[in-house]
Design a protein around this ligand. Sequence first.
Ligand code: HEM
Ligand code: HEM
Ligand SMILES: Nc1nc2c(c(=O)[nH]1)N[C@H]1C(S)=C(S)[C@@H](COP(=O)(O)O)O[C@H]1N2
Ligand SMILES: [Mo]
Length: 391
Amino acid sequence: MALTQVREGVDSAAHKLEASFTSPLHDERPAAWLGMALGIAFSVCFLTGLVSHLIQEPTSWFSWPARPAGLYRVSQGLHVVTGIASIPLLLAKLWVVYPHFWSWPAVRNLAHAVERISLLPLVGGSLFLLLTGTQNIALWYPWQFNFTAAHYWASWITVGALVVHILTKLPIIRDVLSGRSDRELGDSPKEEGRLTRRGLIAAAGGTSALLALATVGQTFRPFSALSVLGPRRPQTGPQGVPVNKTAGGAGVTETAMDPAWRLAVAGTVGQELSLSMDDLKAMPQHEARLPISCVEGWSGEGQWRGVRLKEVLAMAGANGKPDVTVGSLEEGGRYSSSELTGGQADDDDTLLALELNGEVLDLDHGYPIRLIAPNRPGVLQTKWLKSVEVR
Ligand code: HEM
Ligand code: HEM
Ligand SMILES: Nc1nc2c(c(=O)[nH]1)N[C@H]1C(S)=C(S)[C@@H](COP(=O)(O)O)O[C@H]1N2
Ligand SMILES: [Mo]
């Protein structure tokens, strides 16, 4: 008796599964449309991500300009918002295509084998990028590996697999785009009251748009009131600007407060200066309104006041746009120093800032002085400076 019931149960589950596979939603049209949206989003992420990578790991053929001042803010803001908006698109796409995972025979020929094997890096890589990216901006670091390096290499692998994927699906994409998709609506059983293909795409697209709206305010001020999911409040923090790492966290509280603090400037050979706070205050002070544009996609704006880096360099005999390294009191790790190309160091708004929003720089914002320069990722706006060195 019980056995027949179990068999009936299994049969009906199998039927339901089959029915769901032939539902109009598991169809090449939503697969292609969602695919195209993902293709655009991943291209934007890949390009903005590569730009961010190249700024931080300079090569001979790539030089990032100091102007427009807010370009990096836009590019990295776009990266994070587009990435987040991809999450519902990817989930919807995977739901649409999952019956293909059980297609039989598993492999028909060599080309089909390549196509199927490439799904592993494609799906795995996409999920990895979106998951680790989201965890990173949420300041949740549960993994042991280096996020930036892993995210960078995963993006090459994923985009490589994506190119293979698009090439293998080109005939289907062409048919869908030209309306020649051979499976007509009428082929699949019409079920009243169930999600239609259009409804599915609208739901995924709508969720994407909502997620984007709920996060973009962390960098795009007019939407800041909507930024319920943005991990950062752009105006919350000492002196109206968020803090990423505090002086305590960086272990520099004592050295930064030390009255014996001096800025070591190494200019042209033999020209070395040791500047005290009073020396710096005696120099001409300039003001600039510039954002901190964090790689994590948030940005906060401030009115900065201090001395021009190029004027300090000139005092040390270094004219003619030299490349420069600035060093922090913080030791070791990614933030202990950063580099400026000649074009960046020479900009009128590239400052060694002593003040933020009309007050002496807060200890957590980099007291006694910090670098602030236009069009630069936050990671390169080094705080708690101790040295400036011509390379
Ligand atoms: C992150 C990006 C993407 C992922 C993870 C993804 C994943 C998948 C998977 C797992 C399948 C089912 C397996 C198969 O049919 O071989 C599939 C099918 C498909 N994908 Fe993608 N895809 C992505 C992007 C794209 C893009 C950019 C396009 C087109 C511009 C696209 C178009 C298609 C098409 C036309 C199919 C076949 C649907 C069918 O035969 O019913 N996909 N995708
Ligand atoms: C939810 C989605 C995503 C989020 C939240 C996200 C977040 C981030 C963050 C915070 C960084 C800065 C890392 C750093 O410099 O410390 C970054 C860099 C990068 N991202 Fe994403 N990302 C996402 C999706 C993607 C996707 C889909 C791609 C590629 C298709 C991608 C490619 C890159 C690349 C190439 C970098 C540069 C890494 C480097 O500097 O070496 N990201 N991403
Ligand atoms: N020495 C040092 N400088 C640093 C950091 C750091 O951790 N140590 N964080 C950087 C990062 S990631 C950002 S986004 C900005 C943030 O500046 P803020 O804390 O003043 O807003 O400082 C940058 N400068
Ligand atoms: Mo940052």
